[in-house]
Design a protein around this ligand. Structure first.
Ligand code: PNW
Length: 472
């Protein structure tokens, strides 16, 4: 193994990029400034009952105004080479990009991190195939405005995540369907239609970039997919097939069309004629539409097969498997000691899972270039009125160990032969964590929401800074 204590950037291949990740709606605030108009997350977060603490992203970190603070406050920034942002508003992003470049930090820009304009949602949003040309026009505007300085583009953040939570479980924007049923929406069809339109939008943007910009701007373009590692609960055929189905329905749903030209065969079998088909033209546009894969990886689940149940037709019934960090009957506990759970119900700390998912991608998809675009941890939920926990949260040694352990396993995957080029921690600052509001603080820096949004370094920022601040 690799001794974590000794681990630093010099252990990684030359040119390996370290950064932190962020997202517009979670950071920017300035809800009614700079010509900003509502997105589906403004609508959703202002709907009573949707967000745990009743908060919204109207102000959050006010990064729209405070982006300059990075220069003054953050020693960590001096040692990073990259930061993932999500553009909205040419002038603001010009200021931000220029401020980053001045610090020697390359921006890796995500075009869509879940905040579809509400005006497009009103026309059907991702369910409407006319959104495809609108997305590629938006992408083209971004390439035009920023492509002279931005050399890494990511079309979408985590389509699997926003499709399932938005159109099947209904717990995130635009909140269609719910596990109890669908007042509006259709869990049997909409997730697949949306995913299809998202893939075509991604491919259209890549096509524009390659045809009009890439030869002059000389950047790269990819997509970020979220993927857990799914561990089989035994080596029976039934259980290993369930783990494979979980990977196919989560990662393969998007990566198979890009790498092989169609959805995984198990999706074709289980979803049947509810799964859209690619025309030949669409297929050839989607095929190989990425220069690199962004991978958001946080956790590992056991794959628990579920019996086919006709009472609800949806993504999970089609997949016939659900992920869980717990397994009621442990089949091989000698191999799998108990997993520590972060404060999110979904986040179990399983550092070896990143090595497995990266090697799985290497094997199945012919070793694509991978950048870990998000990885991070929360380990307790913050009560906004509890001042003691505000101070405790600065001592985040659990987060330090998390990143060090995941990085050492990522390094093992690189030594196994995987082509991994970068690692971005989620996230630089505490920020507005979607339905968890301000109760979940993923930042390497603490934000005091009660006192002028002041930022304070947590131990993890000091650790990351030391990890990076060494010449090789
Ligand atoms: C990501 N999972 O979502 C998002 O891209 C970020 O915007 C978000 O703040 C961050 O992770 C922390 O939650 C995920 O179940 C949500 O494995 C869930 C999972 C992964 C990513």
């Amino acid at each position: 193994g690799i001794a974590c204590a000794a681990l630093n950037r010099c252990d990684f291949p030359q040119g390996f990029v370290f950064g932190t990740a962020s997202a517009a709606y979670q950071y920017e605030g300035a809800v009614a400034e700079g010509g900003r108009r509502p997105s589906i997350w403004d609508t959703f977060s202002h709907t009573p009952g949707k967000i745990i603490d009743g908060s919204n992203g109207d102000v959050t970190d006010d990064q729209y105004h405070l982006y300059q603070v990075i220069k003054a406050l953050f020693p960590l920034f001096m040692h990073l080479n990259a930061s993932a942002v999500n553009p909205e508003g040419i002038a603001y992003y010009n200021r931000l990009i220029d401020a980053l470049l001045k610090q020697g930090i390359q921006p890796y820009v995500t075009l869509y991190h879940w905040d579809l304009p509400q005006a497009l949602e009103d026309l059907g949003g991702w369910l409407n195939s006319s959104t495809i040309v609108k997305f590629s026009a938006y992408a083209e505007a971004c390439f035009n405005a920023f492509g002279d300085r931005v050399k890494h583009w990511i079309t979408f953040n985590e389509p699997h995540n926003f499709v399932v939570t938005g159109y099947d479980l209904g717990v995130e924007a635009p909140g269609r369907c719910s596990i109890l049923g669908c007042l509006r929406g259709n869990s049997a069809t909409e997730p697949y239609i949306v995913a299809h339109n998202v893939l075509l939008s991604h491919a259209a943007a890549v096509d524009v970039y390659r045809k009009k910009f890439q030869s002059t701007q000389k950047g790269k373009i990819g997509i970020t997919l979220d993927a857990k590692w799914y561990e089989s609960i035994s080596n029976s055929t039934e259980h290993t097939a369930a783990a494979q189905r979980a990977l196919d329905f989560e990662l393969g749903w998007f990566l198979d069309p890009i790498m092989f030209g169609d959805y995984p065969s198990v999706m074709r079998e289980n979803v049947g004629d509810r799964l859209p088909n690619f025309t030949n033209e669409e297929r050839s546009r989607v095929l190989h539409s990425m220069d690199f894969l962004g991978l958001n990886h946080y956790t590992t689940n056991f794959a628990l097969p579920i019996p086919f149940n006709l009472s609800r037709v949806d993504y999970y019934m089609d997949a016939r498997v659900i992920g869980s960090g717990k397994v009621s009957k442990c089949f091989h506990c000698n191999i799998f000691p108990s997993w520590f759970q972060g404060a999110s119900f979904w986040l179990y700390i399983v550092p070896w899972g990143i090595r497995k998912i990266v090697n799985y991608i290497k094997e199945r998809y012919n070793n694509p270039t991978i950048i870990i675009t998000e990885n991070g941890l929360i380990f307790f939920l913050m009560d906004q009125n509890n001042l003691l926990s505000s101070k405790e949260t600065l001592k985040d040694d659990i987060r330090v160990n998390f990143h060090a352990d995941y990085l050492s396993n990522l390094l093992l995957a690189i030594r196994d032969g995987a082509d991994v080029r970068g690692y971005f921690a989620w996230s630089l600052l505490d920020n507005w964590e979607w339905t968890s509001g301000f109760t979940s603080r993923f930042g390497l820096y603490y934000v005091d929401y009660k006192n002028e949004l002041k930022r304070y370094p947590k131990n993890s920022s000091v650790w990351f800074s030391n990890f990076l601040n060494i010449s090789c």
